[in-house]
Design a protein around this ligand. Structure first.
Ligand code: UT7
Length: 319
């Protein structure tokens, strides 16, 4: 498999830390020192489906691929306004595609899960060109009175078009059933037959536990994919990590004994955008011309579940 094009889209409203401090007991100093986040783009009047469609069109244009030539669409999404049809169906309509499509929810690791599914489809001969769209609005999952969670997140969409090739050198995904460290619960429609107590519980997170799991799983996953690909860590040009917290990125960098310049980050400007964060950052780097032919890229993500994933890609510049 190889990545043929990238795209992204962001909501228009910029929410700075100082704006948060106007209604929450928090400060720019606390948020920057604990997370690196200075601001985030968040949903106001937009719909997530429009952002997802915009990122998808952007990636198709970059790949030079017509939507009619896409054989399969995978959307990674945790929540959006529609329960059904799936977000991938809405993207399908928005870009005028003609292929099957499906949504997956692997939380912040969704991009890695989607890449692995895409490669399996290609290997099985079921699809050649696959569109992956990661679109997320975690700002609609949190309690905006809870300073421990709401300051961390932003919304956005990132997309890639993948086609056949030999760029993906190794990929792994994992899950350990730590379902209580990061979760949100919501009520379904009542029925005359339901008597159990149900309640909406906005996003709950055991921050320090997630932080420690994130650092240790990233290190293990990155080491595993590098070993499988027969590539030394020193040979890797870019470590593109899920953008949840700058301190997690720095912690992984330090423990892997690598140079911080190989760990690009944009969490300062977008916060944690769940599974959209890696394809959004990849698009930024691709459009800026950071990625050279033959560069070795590692992606590594972690999220609710506790899911994780990593892969090693040798980037082919054009396509
Ligand atoms: O996509 C995966 C999802 N999540 C993550 O990757 C998050 C991983 N975890 C983290 O990034 C960090 O644990 C946080 C940034 C969430 C929290 O940082 P921390 O250094 O672990 O802080 P803490 O939870 O230990 O809280 C320290 C203090 C507490 O006050 P007390 O009890 O010591 O008086 C909190 O109430 O900081 C307080 N606090 C805040 N203060 C100002 C928590 N949130 C805030 C806030 N502003 N926004």
């Amino acid at each position: 498999m190889k990545i043929k094009g990238t795209g992204s889209a962001h909501p228009s409203l910029t929410l700075t830390n100082d704006m948060l401090a106007e209604f929450l007991d928090t400060s720019d100093e606390w948020i920057v020192s604990r997370t690196g986040i200075k601001q985030r783009q968040i949903m106001s009047d937009e719909n997530l489906k429009d952002l997802a469609i915009s990122a998808a069109k952007n990636a198709l244009e970059d790949a030079g691929t017509d939507a009619r030539d896409i054989d399969f669409i995978i959307c990674s999404n945790v929540v959006n306004e529609y329960v059904t049809p799936s977000l991938s169906c809405l993207v399908h309509k928005g870009i005028d595609a003609s292929c099957p499509c499906v949504d997956i929810n692997a939380a912040c690791s969704g991009f890695l899960y989607a890449l692995q599914i895409a490669e399996a489809y290609q290997k099985a001969g079921m699809a050649k060109n696959i569109l992956i769209v990661c679109a997320e609005e975690p700002t609609r999952m949190v309690d905006w009175n809870d300073r421990r969670t709401c300051v961390l997140f932003g919304d956005g969409a990132g997309a890639v078009v993948v086609t056949e090739g030999d760029d993906l050198k190794a990929i792994k995904v994992t899950n350990t059933s730590k379902t209580d460290v990061l979760y949100e619960q919501r009520c379904l429609e009542p029925t005359p037959f339901i008597s159990k107590e149900e309640q909406n519980i906005p996003l709950q997170m055991k921050g320090q536990e997630v932080f420690k799991s994130a650092v240790s799983s990233s290190i293990k996953d990155i080491t595993d994919v590098a070993t499988e690909a027969g590539v030394a860590l020193e040979e890797i040009d870019w470590f593109i990590l899920h953008q949840a917290n700058l301190r997690i990125v720095e912690g992984v960098c330090k423990l892997l004994r690598q140079d911080l310049s190989k760990f690009p980050h944009n969490v300062e400007f977008y916060g944690n955008t769940s599974s959209a964060s890696i394809p959004m950052l990849l698009d930024e780097m691709n459009k800026r011309g950071d990625l050279k032919d033959g560069d070795k890229l590692v992606f590594s993500a972690f999220g609710a579940g506790f899911t994780t994933g990593a892969c090693l890609i040798e980037w082919s510049a054009k396509k």
